[in-house]
Design a protein around this ligand. Structure first.
Ligand code: AMP
Ligand code: ZN
Length: 489
């Protein structure tokens, strides 16, 4: 839509690059999806807000977007490197439910969170277990030249490809070994030629059966996690595709291993040619962190989107919180920060309400030229959403301009930001905790009675209503500049 070139940071080259599609007019993007053994935490969801902003930006720039997000329902071990148990098998062992039911349940929960965060559905949700045959074919194709068999399964020999672990910033084998050893806290496979070698097919140990296992040329077992993403990326988008995304942890092991498999599959050389990696650009979002430490979904209690909702926050307040930080910066979660993001979103929604029903005018109206340029430059500059949000606020603050044009430009900005500014109502953004003692309907009715009492100058009654609301945790906010009439604590 706009001519400003899109610049993106490529983790592989460690440089900002201009996006030029592999297939003219198209943008093919693969995002590593969740491992569905538990609910996603809000840190995980940051990865998909980021991928969504990227996808929306590509669509806004006029590219025909093909976005794939996979669902990992097999193969991801409790340790990202080559050790531990399958996360889903482990969850199933502790549960009455079958592994398939567990995967189904958490897949649905993940999708519900994406909808709540206004993350657009990808062209394809690819489920790893639907691609087992393709994984066996892929592995058979590279086995002779790049793999060796051990008791535990088929292993990829990382010395058979050039520039292994370049993505992680490591090219010397001793550094790689040190790094991988640090990651192999449990159960290292002693016979491996290098600690960095990884299983692409794991045999079921003799005497055991797994709920998820398939026959293969290397025995009955299950695919390795890295293999899945290589195969689904190749099958659905073709090598090389444009952009591969994931959280910054994937830069260390999962993506270097995916890249090694892709190089083997293509029979291509080193990574000075980025497309030999299977994708042109590799992008990684930084982590959402808690002051108390790393966010984890294996650690029992953790921050789920539903917890934010239960405490009364609209999920889009969390999206706003993500947009306020650049995706490559670490973001610290706090309830105060979430409250501030909610207030900012509400301020914007209240401003939008004043022209929501206008017929859209011309977004390239002169009054908005400078603001539109600021927005376009920000988004095109490696998805600088913090600055893009300021441009949105500039467009709302500009005095005496054509309402239709304002509507059009704000709508255009929201195509990229995805805050659902024309669907949200200020009432949706009230803080309303799940465990509140009073219903919203009751609060509204009390506030109406209080208004009538005040009009009739019956201050004793109006004070009594206010006090009874306060006893139920409802703070009445007379004359609040943001238009909050009440809030629940
Ligand atoms: P997983 O379900 O563990 O495979 O992770 C799903 C996605 O969330 C991956 O792209 C991870 O890199 C990403 N991720 C995990 N933890 C965080 C976090 N705290 N902040 C941001 N992204 C994360
Ligand atoms: Zn992946």
């Amino acid at each position: 839509m706009t001519q400003t070139p899109l610049k993106l940071f490529n983790s592989l080259t460690r440089e900002i690059e201009t996006f030029t599609p592999v297939h003219p007019g198209e943008a093919r993007v693969y995002s590593c999806g969740p491992t569905v053994y538990n609910y996603p935490h809000i840190g995980n969801m940051r990865a998909y807000v980021f991928a969504d902003v990227l996808g929306r930006t590509l669509s806004w720039k006029g590219y025909d977007l093909k976005h794939v997000i996979n669902i990992t329902d097999v193969g991801h071990l409790t340790d990202d490197a080559d050790a531990g148990e399958d996360k889903l098998e482990k969850a199933a062992a502790k549960s009455e439910q079958s592994i398939w039911d567990i995967a189904q349940h958490y897949t649905e929960a993940f999708k519900a969170d994406t909808r709540a965060l206004n993350i657009r559905a990808p062209a394809e949700w690819s489920v790893a277990t639907d691609y087992i045959d393709a994984m066996i074919d892929f592995a058979s194709g590279i086995a002779d030249k790049h793999c060796y068999e051990l008791e535990g399964g088929l292993y990829f020999d990382v010395s058979t490809v050039e520039d292994y672990a370049l993505l992680a910033g490591r090219t010397k084998l001793d550094q790689i070994q040190e790094h991988q050893e640090a990651h192999m806290r449990i159960d290292p496979v002693k016979q491996k030629r290098s600690p960095a070698d990884f299983a692409i097919w794991r045999k079921t140990p003799p005497g055991e059966t797994r709920q998820m296992e398939w026959d293969s040329p290397w025995g009955r077992g299950a695919p390795g996690w890295h293999l899945e993403c290589s195969v689904m990326g190749e099958k659905l988008l073709g090598f090389p595709f444009d952009i591969h995304t994931g959280g910054i942890d994937h830069r260390e092991i999962h993506h270097p291993n995916e890249i090694a498999q892709n190089q083997a599959f293509c029979g291509c050389g080193g990574l000075s040619e980025a497309t030999n990696s299977g994708a042109k650009i590799w992008m990684h979002n930084n982590f959402l962190v808690e002051r108390s430490g790393k966010m984890s979904k294996s650690a029992g209690e953790f921050l789920r989107l539903q917890l934010l909702v239960d405490k009364g926050y609209h999920p889009l307040a969390y999206r706003m919180m993500c947009l306020q930080a650049h995706y490559r910066s670490e973001l610290e979660f706090s309830w105060d920060g979430l409250g501030a993001a909610l207030t900012r979103l509400k301020r914007i929604v209240i401003a939008v309400e004043t022209f929501r029903d206008e017929a859209p005018g011309d977004p390239s109206h002169d009054s908005f030229a400078a603001i539109r340029e600021k927005f376009t430059h920000a988004v095109s500059d490696d998805l600088n959403t913090p600055v893009a949000l300021v441009a949105l606020e500039d467009a709302l603050a500009l005095k005496k301009v054509d309402a239709g044009a304002r509507r059009a430009i704000v709508e255009e900005m929201d195509e990229v930001l995805g805050l659902d500014l024309f669907g949200l109502d200020r009432k949706d953004l009230r803080i309303r905790p799940l465990d509140a003692q009073v219903t919203e309907h009751e609060i509204e009715a009390d506030l109406l009675r209080r208004k009538e009492a005040r009009l009739a100058k019956d201050f004793a009654t109006s004070d009594a209503i206010r006090a009874s609301l306060a006893a139920n945790g409802v703070e009445v906010m007379d004359g609040d500049p943001l238009g909050w009439e009440w809030k629940l604590d």
